[in-house]
Design a protein around this ligand. Structure first.
Ligand code: URA
Length: 301
């Protein structure tokens, strides 16, 4: 039998919620993924269609509430009650990325001539849905003049709260990995593919990655690092333009094209993956040694 909130006294409920929060459960998600874009596009489309029995605004003095297309809301849940009209996102609150959003992203990113301008451009960019659920823009940390730039996936909960990349547990591991090869946030520049936390730390969707791509590419062009390190699958696959997974990509130097620049790039395992799979740290260590060697070659040349 499943207990409901009514079966539990308030103290026990508070303790349970505290336990969840402590365990990192800080978002309420559905069991199955719901495509909100598809859902809301259908609602908006239905609203724009003339309603057969709708009263004209002049008759009642109020515009009748449009009904969502109940049968077509399919979100994968059997017998799910369709959401009431009031629960549907308003057009003003939601962003369905169309061609204009991608064009906007490209134009805004291209217009930035300094890293500070790029940050301001991202702050002004409203085309990515993630910015509406995130608390802060997580732009970058470390030294923008460093020879080396690390690119992760997207901020997590701690990063979202502090507005800084890699400050949670994965970030602390990254700091230790940097220290092991004589680097720190004074000698490395750190950012992410996506500057806003995806809700519940889900993997960013393909359209979110594509919307943010012009900004990270411009970031690389403006920072002009001599070497790039892609941390994990998302940054490696999208910036190195490959379908291969990180386990086959890692450890091999490649070239990352951003604008007119080509930068030597090393895909390696994400520190969050290493926290879950500590036995793989030896692979990351081999990659970091290769990175140290490459940095030394740059210093000597
Ligand atoms: N994981 C990332 O990819 N980036 C962060 O900033 C934190 C965790």
């Amino acid at each position: 039998m499943t207990a409901t909130a009514a079966d539990i006294n308030p103290q026990a409920l508070a303790a349970l919620l505290y336990f969840y929060a402590e365990s990192g459960v800080d978002e309420l998600c559905e069991d199955a993924a719901i495509d909100r874009f598809e859902q809301s596009a259908k609602i908006l489309e239905a609203r724009s269609r003339p309603q057969p029995n709708a009263a004209a605004p002049g008759e009642t003095g109020r515009t009748p509430a449009a009904k969502p297309p109940l049968a077509s809301l399919g979100d994968g849940r059997k017998n799910a009650a369709p959401p009431p009209v009031a629960a549907a996102p308003q057009a003003s609150q939601l962003t369905i990325p169309g061609a204009a959003a991608f064009e906007d992203a490209r134009a805004l990113a291209a217009s930035a001539n300094t890293i500070a301008e790029l940050r301001a451009a991202l702050e002004g960019f409203t085309g990515c849905n993630l910015r509406h659920s995130a608390k802060t823009l997580v732009f970058a940390d470390g030294n923008p003049d460093a020879d080396i730039m690390f690119i992760g996936e997207a901020p997590g909960r701690e990063e979202d709260l502090q507005g800084m990349p890699f400050v949670g547990r994965a970030g602390q591991l990254l700091d230790r990995m940097l220290a092991a090869i004589g680097l720190s946030r004074d000698t490395a520049y750190i950012t992410n593919m996506i500057p806003w936390r995806p809700p519940g730390n889900r993997t960013p969707a393909a359209h979110e990655i594509e919307l943010c791509r012009p900004f990270i590419e411009r970031h690389i062009v403006l920072a002009q690092p001599k070497l790039l390190v892609m941390l994990g699958n998302v940054a490696s696959k999208s910036l190195l333009d490959t379908d291969k997974g990180i386990l086959s990509l890692r450890g091999t130097w490649m070239s990352c094209k951003a604008g007119e620049t080509e930068t030597p790039a090393l895909p390696t395992l994400h520190p969050a993956y290493l926290l879950r799979n500590p036995a793989q740290k030896r692979l990351a260590w081999a990659d970091f040694l290769s990175l140290r060697e490459r940095l030394d070659q740059i210093k000597d040349s």
